[in-house]
Design a binder for this molecule. Structure first.
Ligand code: SF4
Length: 182
């Protein structure tokens, strides 16, 4: 099955903000692919059954020989197909500081240890014991270095956040460059 683009986007948003929260808590992500896959399949099947039942309820005739489907249960954790933005915005607000500052973060578990970010500024970036990059000191250099590192990152796992110093030279231009990585 091929899920619709809004479903994929909603999943990515939730994943990214879960990673922000874990990164802020100093935890590395541990993903059990089999469990996640099984859960996604089960939720999608329930969602599909609910949609079919809704169509039948609206008077669309079911095909002859179609087996009766059980009444769909409510799925609290089902992925919202429409309007994922409010949830996204709520979590973003909780990750941002009082002044709107959003700290940079890295999907460390996906880092390929290519050294690009270290070459740009080793005061901001460092490797952990597994040679995965993390943000050692977000204020260890200008915001420009965070944006350049995000653009150079071969794994595209650096999220520059927003400038700690909003008065940094060309901050507006840098924010525009950073937008696609946040
Ligand atoms: S540039 Fe990206 S992939 Fe390369 S070391 Fe830094 S975080 Fe890892």
């Amino acid at each position: 099955m091929i899920p619709a683009a809004p479903i994929v986007k909603a999943c990515e948003d939730r994943r990214n903000y879960w990673r922000i929260l874990k990164s802020l808590a100093g935890q590395r992500e541990q993903v059990d692919i089999a469990t996640v896959t099984a859960q996604a399949k089960a939720e999608f099947a329930q969602s599909l059954a609910a949609q079919i039942m809704a169509m039948v309820g609206d008077g669309v005739p079911a095909a002859a020989g179609t087996p009766a489907l059980p009444a769909p249960a409510m799925v609290p954790s089902a992925i919202p197909v429409s309007a994922p933005a409010p949830e996204h915005a709520k979590i973003a607000a909780s990750a941002a500081g009082d002044n709107g500052y959003l700290a940079p973060w890295i999907d460390s578990s996906l880092c390929t240890s290519c050294n690009e970010c270290m070459n740009i500024n080793s005061k901001i970036f460092a490797y952990d014991a597994d040679k995965h990059a993390y943000i050692k000191d977000a204020k260890g250099g200008p915001y420009k270095d965070l944006v350049r590192a995000a653009e150079k990152c071969t794994a595209q796992v650096i999220h520059p956040g927003t400038p700690f110093d909003p008065k940094e030279k060309d901050a507006d231009k840098l924010l525009k460059r950073a937008a696609k990585f946040n």
